[in-house]
Ligand binder design. Structure first.
Ligand SMILES: [Zn+2]
Length: 319
């Protein structure tokens, strides 16, 4: 079952009622009545997608905030079964049409995690590559419809092309929506093309926009905020700074630790949240985030790196 909440006139937050992890706060914008709406990050299990189209018949387009597969993995199903045109930020369009390139760019290939990742995306996520994906340029392209305007805001750091959407309407009394994608309560910046400095800048950018006007704030996962939440962005900053503190306090002056060993200390994801068949993927997910903090700490003069030649075997010591 999909649960529909009308956030503002003709604009719905549509969420699957399931126990799946990474469930999304998808948006559905009814531009021309109940059929043929615009979809944003509508990534659901197949039977939920069928249920959706039994109501909407067709969709004008499916817009992706970025290429990570928890947002896009079933894009192919929208395309093949319902002819829905797909739109992805231009920086990540190859994630959807060529899994090999995704694994290169995100880092699974370099860290020799391809087999585990392939098992996860094929067996668990049931991902298939899309035949054709349209691109948009975040920060530049605007989608204009009869009653709605969707502006794109480039918020890199989590991924290179990540995009927030600012949705407004001609309707009187319409409350604007700020969809901030994966800038949210579980900040992630561990891909090999993530960038913590850009992530922090994207938080600042969105916070400024959020304070300039009245918005309903919708992250892609977790809670959403009808009333202005003055602490939302600070909570994310505190989580990031807390991760940084954990990395710093795991290091010593005498004994250097490799990045591999730091991942095994479970500084970021606690042991009880890690499931066995994909355990090794945390060398990328947690390893990448620890690595980003180590780079910050090195540039602040607090940590030194001892080269051993590879991402996971380089060792770190307090300066
Ligand atoms: Zn993501």
């Amino acid at each position: 079952m999909l649960k529909w909440h009308e956030l503002s006139k003709d604009l719905f937050l549509v969420k699957e009622q399931s126990k799946r992890v990474n469930r999304l706060n998808s948006l559905i914008i009814q531009n021309e009545g109940p059929i043929n709406p615009v979809l944003i990050d509508a990534n659901y299990p197949f039977d939920f997608i069928d249920d959706l189209y039994s109501k909407i018949k067709s969709a004008k387009m499916l817009l992706f905030s970025h290429g990570h597969l928890d947002h896009t993995g079933h894009g192919f199903y929208h395309q093949e079964h319902y002819n829905t045109p797909l739109f992805c930020p231009k920086q990540e369009i190859d994630y959807l049409i060529d899994l090999e390139t995704l694994m290169e760019r995100v880092g699974f290939s370099r860290l020799e995690l391809k087999d585990t990742y392939l098992m996860m995306v094929k067996d668990f996520m049931k991902f298939q590559e899309c035949k054709e994906v349209n691109s948009f340029i975040p920060g530049k392209d605007v989608f204009e419809f009869n009653s709605f305007l969707i502006e794109t805001i480039h918020i890199p750091g989590h991924s290179p092309g990540q995009t927030a959407f600012k949705i407004s309407s001609k309707y009187e009394g319409f409350r604007k929506i700020l969809f901030v994608a994966d800038i949210g309560s579980h900040p992630y910046y561990g891909d090999q093309n993530s960038d913590i400095t850009q992530y922090r800048e994207s938080i600042d950018k969105l916070e400024k926009i959020y304070y300039e006007d009245d918005y309903i704030l919708v992250p892609a996962h977790g809670n959403y905020y009808i009333n202005k939440d003055p602490d939302f962005f600070n909570r994310i900053r505190r989580k990031i700074d807390n991760n940084k503190k954990k990395v710093l306090s795991a290091l010593t002056e005498k004994k250097p630790f490799s990045l591999r060993e730091l991942v095994q200390k479970r500084l970021i994801t606690p042991e009880n949240r890690i499931v066995e068949p994909i355990k090794d993927l945390y060398y990328l997910w947690d390893g990448g985030m620890i690595y980003q903090h180590l780079q910050e700490l090195i540039s602040e003069g607090l940590v030194k790196e001892i080269e051993k030649g590879s991402f996971l075997s380089n060792r770190y010591i307090l300066n």
